[in-house]
Design a protein around this ligand. Sequence first.
Ligand SMILES: *Cc1c(COP(=O)(O)O)cnc(C)c1O
Length: 315
Amino acid sequence: MDFTYASVRAAAATIAGHLPPTPMWSYPVLNATVGATVLVKHENTHPVGAFKARGALNLLSTATSGTVTYSTGNHAQSMAWASHLFGLPCTVVMPAGANPAKAAAVRAWGAEVVLAGANLGEAESHAVELAERTGQRLVSPGDTPELLAGVGTIYQEILTARPDLSAIVVPVGSGTGAAAAAVVAHELAPGCEIIAVQSASSSAGHDSWRTGAPCTRPNHTRVEGLATGRGYELPQQILRKHLADFVLVSDDRITEAQRLLATAAHTLAEGAGAAALAAVLDDPDRFAGRTVAVVCTGGNASTSELAALQPAGPS
Ligand SMILES: *Cc1c(COP(=O)(O)O)cnc(C)c1O
């Protein structure tokens, strides 16, 4: 397994035929609230509402047969969407208790959903068996170089437009986005810090990076895109080499950032999509006066997330 900057350049050419570059805007009210110049990269504007569309598109653009994968959310939708685009079969294994709305969104792109296992780990085991039995390619959401190359195009767009940025903050689940960011920044803007952020309630990626080896950790965050119980080998290997820092924020801080994006940046973010801004809110001294990009990785907020955005009224 390897992943290089050259593969990001190639992915950019592949993706250009199917996805326009996403907008990146700065909002005066947001900047005043935060005390920094914040550029929001709008990955919530993809047809599946999340940045993972880029990775799936890049992976499947050269595929000639179907894939099997496992996911509870945006990876599943992205694989289903890109498979639909290229006319390829796609099977997604989801835990038996998966959100029915998410399963329906995956089926709507024509993919087959198999409900199996009590959690994502068990769904993964089932997907491994299914791939072996059917001879289809098993796609790991974290350890697949083509996915990293695809999502790396976000950072190619950001740093080509703004090579002067002092930092980019990237939310982490499996770490594909942050790892790709670190490699692209190393090439295009070595002075730009890549800062990864995860929920303190699901810290496997963070702890894997701090300890220097992929580990498993309790996985209790309510923020779906960040709910990972283990570190993934390929992203971790890259993060160890090139990442500037990795921070943790509370789920409540993430909800606060979601509210701020809604009120000051005209943006509906899901929790994971607001985590980068949460890291900036969490450490104002670190970011004061700087120009930083936060990646709004997705906008697929569930109905319970939407309800939680309403602050408690006066009692
Ligand atoms: C998957 C996802 C993440 C985490 O990305 P990784 O590449 O798995 O670290 C963050 N935000 C959203 C919206 C996601 O769907």
